[in-house]
Write a protein that binds this ligand. Sequence first.
Ligand SMILES: *Cc1c(COP(=O)(O)O)cnc(C)c1O
Length: 415
Amino acid sequence: MPNDAFGHPQPNSRTEGAPEAAVATRGFATRAIRTGQDPDRTTGATIVPVYQTATFTQDAVGVHKGFDYSRSGNPTRSALEAQLADLESAKFAVAYGSGMAAANGASFSFLRAGDHIVATKDLYGGTHRLFANVFPRYGITTTFVEMCDLEETRAAIRDNTKLIWVETPTNPLLKIIDIAAIAALKRPGQIVAVDNTFATPYWQNPLALGADVVMHSTTKYLGGHSDVIGGVVMTNDADLHQQFAYQQNAVGAVPGPWDAYLVIRGSKTLALRMREHERNAHAVAAFLESRDDVSVVYYPGLASHQHHELAKKQMRGFGGIVSFRHRAGADAALAFAKSTELFNLATSLGGVESLVCSPWTMTHGSVPPEQKIALGIGQDLVRLSVGIEDAPDLIADLTQALDRARVSTKVFASV
Ligand SMILES: *Cc1c(COP(=O)(O)O)cnc(C)c1O
């Protein structure tokens, strides 16, 4: 494998044994810009058109060109599914109208009443809400475990466990879960799914590590510009894919063609953007570590990170999310979050613009307070989605916001 400027091996080959042998040598950026994006057959349009149509006119009853109704299939959506499958080196992809619709599709498609899920404790708030509050109504229960602890995870797996749901790096504490080790715990008939939203296929490919299913919120890094909501589910398993595609059509949680187009357009520059996100996140994490008003910095790229070695083994890079704790506690963290000028105070992540959020009230508002405390998500915690603005500007903004938080909370009054 060739290396990039950071010495990370670069993803450049499809799943072994995949039929498209000619594509096997193409690099990640080439696949992002080319796969699923041949010139339009009827017009020669170089860029995949937005097929803004609900239905498709048939030549004779039942005789059509592969599309009959846009819930069941739309050419812009098909292009997106081909592009994203190739980026994960997956055989199949199904696109959804949101990341949560994708999470629901990746699980509910094959679960039945009486089935059990084992899921990461430190989970995206919306996925926690789906598993903890919605699925129990249908007789599907979930045990949330600390998946960094393989024994705890093994002990939670039961005979009726059907799905093991992994999210790594975790949100918002950026712990790293060993995907290959979790996949090795599964018993026949169990499915390991990984939410790969934070790492993106540029830095991590869960299917190659033994996962059966990969899911993304394309709202985040794949779309990359905070202008679209979307999701995708990928697998190499034809049976599972059939179940996802069947459910997608039956339930109808599809992305519209404009949304599919925006995710295609964003994903073309994923490689470029991820390199910049990571470069800036490293700079921000190192800066925060140097501040005496910051007590802990969570970034898997830091040598001080508890799972740095595992991150280096399973990922090619560490992404653009950095969390930290304000030493002076909740008030100072909140004062900081409202004092940034470049970092917008907003939920979401993965866009070109930098964002700051307080996980306690924003991303994890739906998780009960006592559970948040048990998870280590305090009100002193701040999460940054580091964008691709110029790093010195980002650091200047963080500096002034930390300084203002110091003054307004008077905790470091002597400084
Ligand atoms: C945002 C997000 C989701 C949900 O995606 P939506 O597009 O907001 O529905 C799921 N998992 C992770 C890790 C996310 O960041």
